[in-house]
Write a protein of this length. Structure first.
Length: 252
C-alpha cells in the first residue's frame, strides 16, 4: 500500500484524504492540535505544522514521516497573488524545510488565479511556472513536482448560490472536488512527474445560469458575456481524462 502525505488538510485536503482512504496509508498536517487529533481519529496520521509568513529563529524540523512516503500532496496556498513577495518567500522557505530532500511523486495545488483577470482563453502555455513565484520556488528544488492550477473549488456544501456574486453574465471557471481527486489518482497510477495542468471543468456557463440552476429557477438563454476562460484541453488530451462533472450547472 502506497504511503501518501497531504500537507494542509483543510476543505480540499480532507476531500482528497477521504477519496484515498482504505487504499493508501495517509499522513496529514493540520494547523492546530484539535484538528490533528480529529484527522488522526479518522485514520489519517496527523501532525501539527504551521508555515508562517515571517522568519523564524530556526528552520522548521523536517516532517518525521516524509522519508516513508511515496507521494506528497501540497494544498497550502503557494500562488502568491494574495500576499507580498517577502511573505510568500518566508512561507515557502518553511515549507521546503519541512519537506526536506523529498524525491517521490509530488503534487502542488496552485490556482488559475495566476492568469490575468482579463477576457481571453488561457492554456498552460499562457504563463510559465517561472513567472509565478511560488511555482518557481517549488520547481527549482523539486523538478518532479506536478503543478495543478485549480479553478474555483466547488461541490458538496460549496455552491455559487451561497456567495455574493457580481457580473452575473460572466462565464465561470469551476472544478468539482471529485474531479480533482480523480485526476490526482490517475496521475499517481501513471507515475506523472513535472507536469503542469489547468484543472477546470470544460464547460463555462454564466454565473446566472449556474445560480438559477442551483435554485431550480429558469436560467437565461442569452449569450454569455466575454470573459476569462480557463482551458483544460491539455489535461484531457494527455491523461485521456473524462470529467465526472464537465458542466458546473450540474455540480449540485
Amino acid at each position: 500500500m502506497k504511503k501518501t502525505g497531504i500537507i494542509g488538510c483543510g476543505w480540499l485536503g480532507s476531500k482528497i484524504a477521504d477519496s484515498m482512504s482504505g487504499r493508501y496509508t495517509i499522513y496529514t498536517t493540520a494547523t492546530t492540535k484539535d484538528k490533528a487529533e480529529d484527522l488522526s481519529a479518522r485514520g489519517f496520521n496527523a501532525s501539527v505544522a504551521v508555515f508562517p509568513d515571517f522568519q523564524l529563529e530556526k528552520k522548521l524540523e523536517e516532517w518525521s514521516e516524509i522519508k516513508e512516503m511515496d507521494v506528497l500532496i501540497i494544498t497550502i496556498p503557494i500562488s502568491g497573488k494574495s500576499c507580498c513577495v517577502s511573505s510568500l518567500y518566508n512561507r515557502m522557505q518553511h515549507l521546503l524545510s519541512f519537506i526536506g530532500d523529498f524525491k517521490g511523486q509530488m503534487f502542488v495545488m496552485s490556482s488559475t488565479g495566476v492568469y490575468p483577470d482579463t477576457p481571453g482563453e488561457y492554456a498552460e502555455e499562457s504563463l510559465s511556472p517561472d513567472e509565478v513565484a511560488g511555482e518557481r520556488m517549488i520547481r527549482n528544488k523539486y523538478p518532479q513536482a506536478n503543478i495543478l492550477r485549480l479553478a474555483g473549488l466547488m461541490g458538496d456544501n460549496r455552491l455559487l448560490k451561497n456567495y455574493n456574486v457580481s457580473n452575473l453574465d460572466a462565464p465561470v471557471n469551476h472544478i468539482h472536488y471529485e474531479d480533482i481527486c480523480n485526476i490526482i489518482e490517475k496521475m499517481i497510477e501513471r507515475g506523472s512527474e513535472g507536469k503542469l495542468y489547468n484543472i477546470a471543468a470544460p464547460k463555462h456557463p454564466s454565473k446566472a445560469q449556474v445560480i438559477n440552476t442551483q435554485k431550480d429557477l429558469p436560467f437565461p438563454k442569452e449569450d454569455i458575456a466575454e470573459g476569462k476562460i480557463i482551458l483544460s484541453s491539455k489535461l484531457t488530451s494527455e491523461l485521456d481524462f473524462i470529467f465526472k462533472y464537465p458542466d458546473p450547472k450540474d455540480f449540485h
